[in-house]
Design a binder for this molecule. Structure first.
Ligand code: HEM
Ligand SMILES: [Cu+2]
Length: 663
């Protein structure tokens, strides 16, 4: 390929300036490598969750089928929901937080690199722990929101719910540690001149999500601790016969659960807010309004939880209040949608695969948003709740929103992560199969739902008008799976054969595109000085960012290596829209900054295995609980105490080792 001939095809791992063996991955504290680990692990879990969905849809293809038993079906939909939410979409977002936040704010790493590694290992172990339940045929079976008292011991004996309660607590530790890390990173480590209102939109969305995590996860943790105590130690938090409130779990769960849906969607919104301006070649429409709308969504998100509980009979006052707040929250959400549309309006649009996914999000999320507003009205909700209408609604939001945004984000950032572009032709096939498959799967569910088909039933009788819609959904799932298969092929193949990307294959405006792809371990040879929201456009296409505020009058330049290189090479004004040009420019930049951290005298944190050991200790400690229900008390105690010791000792060793060599 011509491009590969003119530009040096630097192999992805070389540019990290470090080793690439297994040990280097186990001990890494580099936010980019940790991001990559998150990406691979969560894509794997996405495939697992997708397979579970495939079995569900095969079972429901026609009436009265018996591919799986009712009990297996319960485990399938519970694990599908739990996996997609906690092991796929959340960590996929974390992959982007890790990779992008330091790059977008001009930092060399996150605030606490070792804590970051710890978060990843805890997530991995939590996911493996939860899925280990399949091996003994006791996967969680109480639905993804695990309502107590159903999930208390008398109604759910067996280890199924134990795996769920313990697994979610392990995963919560990971999310909380990561959230504190990113909050500190964003507040403390921005490059000079990068004030809050100059942060890229992705970082803004990520910032808001971290606060949602910090405020919402403690609530579910409390709910889970209560449940754990009820199940293991005989307390009565959820025992109605002993005077417990049967709605306690529901309130606690949904105070977490509704903010959780914003935790799932805002990162995708952030990605789309990067993609749309780049491929429209226009600044984002109404940047400050986007920031305020995002913050307002997060704030209001804590005041709508009981719209999940209209059916329990809370009374007219509570119903009215939660109905109103739910309708209110649609306003800032609608504002964001209009801002995206105005961003594209009048732009010179390039329909890359990333752009197609971004536009798909705008359309499909809107469908899910509108059906959401439909069940903000309690009388309407009483008809829709627990039917396939709800399943249609939340898949438009979660697949049409979160997953579409994440796929777009992967196509957009793959070149930054690996140094190579994903194939656009495979990308187009991938996109259209996914788009058609997703709509064919989930749109008919609106109808089967309104015709009364309940969710979470393992089979149904013929002659209720549901058969055709179910067949359509199942065929759609087949198309969707083909689409995901093409994605996987493209993802793996492009790693070897993809066109070399160069620093800035898309002509994008933010800092991450000013450095080589993949970035060197230290990210920025010199920390950039930022004077506007769109530093790279200031440099390469000043016309595009002329209207946004700049700190110094007439100052259109960022003081960063890439600037000098370009000017020196007379490439100052290239448009940046062609991968080929970009690759050539990238070659110059790579040439001028291809040094290791050591050569440049940049102190980097030392790799360490201790966060992994600490996470392992925590896993062992939690697993010990399982033996209690097998009546193996001594074994349980030994495992828990052993795990706790491992955790505490490695934590001490970690804390007492300095992060970097003395300098
Ligand atoms: C790969 C394509 C997907 C298909 C074909 C699919 C299909 C389904 C179906 C048919 C159900 C209803 C099961 C029942 O109520 O009996 C379901 C439930 C669910 N799905 Fe998906 N889904 C897909 C992707 C996703 C994604 C990406 C997410 C989230 C990010 C997700 C989250 C959920 C949740 C939370 C539930 C509810 C589980 C429960 O009732 O406890 N799904 N899915
Ligand atoms: Cu909600």
């Amino acid at each position: 390929m011509a491009t590969t001939a003119t530009a040096p095809a630097f192999a992805p791992t070389e540019s990290y300036g470090g080793e690439s063996g297994l040990w280097s991955w186990l001990t890494t504290v580099d936010h980019k490598r940790i991001g990559t680990l998150y990406l691979f692990t969560s894509l794997f879990f996405f495939l697992v969750g997708g397979l579970e969905a495939g079995v569900i849809r095969a079972q429901l293809a026609g009436p009265n089928q018996h591919l799986v038993s009712a009990e297996t079906y319960n485990q399938l939909f519970t694990m599908h929901g739990t996996t997609m939410i906690f092991l796929a979409v959340m960590p996929l977002s974390a992959a982007f937080f890790n990779f992008l936040i330091p790059l977008q704010i001009g930092a060399r790493d996150v605030a606490f690199p070792r804590l970051n590694a710890f978060s990843y290992w805890v997530f991995l172990f939590g996911g493996l722990f939860m899925n280990a339940s399949w091996l003994i045929g006791a996967a969680p079976n109480g639905g993804w929101f695990g309502y107590a008292p159903l999930t208390t011991l008398p109604y759910s004996p067996g280890l199924n719910i134990d795996f769920w309660v313990i697994g979610l607590q392990i995963l919560g530790v990971s999310s909380l540690a990561a959230a504190f890390n990113f909050i500190t990173t964003i507040i403390n480590m921005r490059a000079p001149g990068m004030n809050l209102m100059r942060m890229p939109m992705f970082t803004w969305n990520a910032f808001v999500v971290q606060f949602l995590l910090v405020l919402a996860f403690p609530v579910i943790t409390i709910a889970l601790v209560f449940l754990q105590f009820d199940r293991f130690f005989g307390t009565n938090f959820y025992t109605v016969a002993a005077g417990a409130d049967p709605l306690l779990w529901q309130h606690l769960f949904w105070i977490f659960g509704h903010p959780e849906v914003y935790i799932l969607i805002l990162p995708a919104f952030g990605l789309v807010s990067e993609i749309l301006p780049t491929f429209s070649r226009k600044p984002i429409f109404g940047y400050p309004v986007m920031v305020y709308a995002t913050s307002l969504i997060a704030f209001l998100g804590f005041g709508v939880w009981a719209h999940h509980m209209f059916a329990v009979g809370m009374g007219p006052i509570a119903d009215s209040v939660f109905s109103l707040t739910t309708m209110l929250i649609a306003i800032p959400t609608g504002v964001k949608i209009f801002n995206w549309i105005f961003t594209m309006w009048g732009g010179s649009i390039r329909f890359t695969t990333a752009m197609k996914y971004a536009i798909a999000l705008v359309g499909l999320f809107t469908i899910g948003g509108i059906s959401g507003v439909m069940h903000s009205s309690p009388p309407a909700d009483l008809q829709q709740t627990d039917t396939y209408f709800i399943v249609a609604h939340f898949h438009y939001v979660l697949f049409g929103g979160s997953m579409m945004g994440i796929f777009g984000g992967i196509y957009y950032y793959y070149p930054k992560i690996t140094g190579r572009l994903m194939s656009e032709s495979l990308g187009s096939v991938n996109f259209w199969l996914t788009f058609v498959g997703m709509n064919l799967t989930f749109f008919p569910m609106h109808f089967s739902g309104l015709l009364g088909m309940p969710r979470r039933v393992y089979t149904y009788d013929a002659g209720q008008g549901w058969d055709t819609f179910n067949m359509m959904s199942t065929v759609g799932t087949g198309v969707l799976m083909l689409g995901v298969l093409v994605f996987v092929i493209n993802f793996l193949k492009s790693y070897r054969d993809g066109e070399v990307a160069g620093n800035d294959p898309w002509g994008a405006p933010s800092l991450e595109w000013s450095i080589p792809s993949p970035p060197p371990e230290y990210n920025f040879a010199r920390i950039p000085h930022v004077t506007s929201r769109y530093p790279l456009w200031d440099l390469k296409s000043p016309g595009l960012s002329a209207e946004v505020p700049h700190s110094e009058h007439g100052d259109r330049r960022i003081d960063v290596d890439v600037a000098r290189t370009h000017v020196a090479n007379g490439h100052g004004a290239w448009g940046g829209s062609e991968p080929k040009q970009a690759a050539e420019a990238g070659a110059h930049i790579e040439h001028s900054t291809g040094k290791t951290a050591l050569e440049l005298g940049i102190p980097m944190p030392n790799p360490t295995i201790k966060p992994l050991i600490c996470a392992l200790g925590m896993l062992v400690m939690f697993s010990g609980l399982l033996f209690i229900h097998k009546d193996r008390m001594p074994l349980a105690l030994a495992t828990m105490i052993g795990g706790a010791l491992l955790m505490v000792v490695s934590l001490y060793a970690w804390v007492l080792t300095p992060l970097e060599d003395p300098h």
